[in-house]
Design a binder for this molecule. Structure first.
Ligand code: PGA
Length: 254
């Protein structure tokens, strides 16, 4: 696992966009595993800017998103399908037919999870998986629990996650209680993983994930077992790592 220090959120976003754009240039038909949340928005903006300047071509790119709220349609402005359209897909030349997000409205959510696993398999696996991290160490919506769930599955969101995401809804009551999420095996099968962390609220989860024991209680800690993980974190998110490792540089090879 390599940890790269970013000065601030802008620096983090540019570094992340550089890595994603390198993937697109090196493999124009790459499978990108994409993430929602506030953290990747700056990277998506940068990718859009480079696309507008003629430097990036998304026409061959296929994508699979990590997760979706159960019960929200793709038109709901807090659904992750809506988020992806709004923050990236509507602004670049990706074919929407080539973009995948779990269907939050599927009548049979278990069947939808199996279908989604099959979608990932049929694509031949993920080349680059982008991840944010929850304040509780979740990746996708894999919440802290007793076991690592392997495939795409339905989860009950923790109160902490619902509270944290309530800022996007008019009240906490409107935040869905369940979600469909890729599992740990889906994520760990990606050839390369790029995890972004910004802000002090992520500092402990990031430290535990990179330096603590590998445990489903801190889902992101499983990434220590992956052989190609790049973490980009701003100084606020790095605070606890800096304090405990006495690392002062800009790249840490863990
Ligand atoms: P955030 O969410 O980017 O909005 O902080 C990340 C996550 O919860 O995975």
């Amino acid at each position: 696992m390599k940890i790269y220090a970013a000065k601030d959120y802008n620096d983090l976003s540019r570094k992340a966009a550089n890595i994603i754009s390198a993937q697109i240039i090196l493999k124009p038909d790459a499978i990108l595993g994409l993430a929602t949340g506030s953290t990747p928005v700056g990277a998506y903006k940068q990718l859009i800017a480079w696309y507008e300047e003629g430097d990036l071509d998304f026409s061959g790119i296929r994508s699979v998103n990590l997760d979706e709220y159960k019960g929200l349609s793709g038109e709901h402005d807090q659904s992750y399908r809506y988020f992806m359209n709004h923050n990236l897909f509507d602004h670049v030349n990706i074919d929407k037919e080539n973009t995948n997000v779990p269907n939050g409205l599927a009548e049979d959510a278990e069947a939808e999870c199996s279908r989604y696993n099959q979608v990932i398999r049929n694509l031949g696996g993920i080349d680059l998986q982008l991840l944010g991290i929850g304040g509780n160490g979740h990746i996708g919506f894999n919440e802290p629990c007793d076991v690592f769930e392997k495939g795409t599955h339905v989860v009950t969101l923790t109160e902490e996650t619902r509270q944290s995401n309530a800022r996007f809804f008019s009240s906490i009551d409107e935040v869905p209680t369940h979600a469909l999420t890729m599992g740990i095996q889906n994520i760990m099968s990606a050839k390369k993983v790029l995890l972004l962390a910004s802000g002090e609220a992520k500092s402990k989860a990031l430290y535990d994930s990179c330096f603590g024991p590998v445990t489903p209680d801190v889902p992101a800690s499983v990434l220590q077992l992956h052989n190609d993980v790049v973490v980009i974190a701003d100084e606020a998110a790095l605070a606890m790592i800096r304090e405990n490792t006495h690392w002062e540089g800009s790249v840490y090879d863990n």
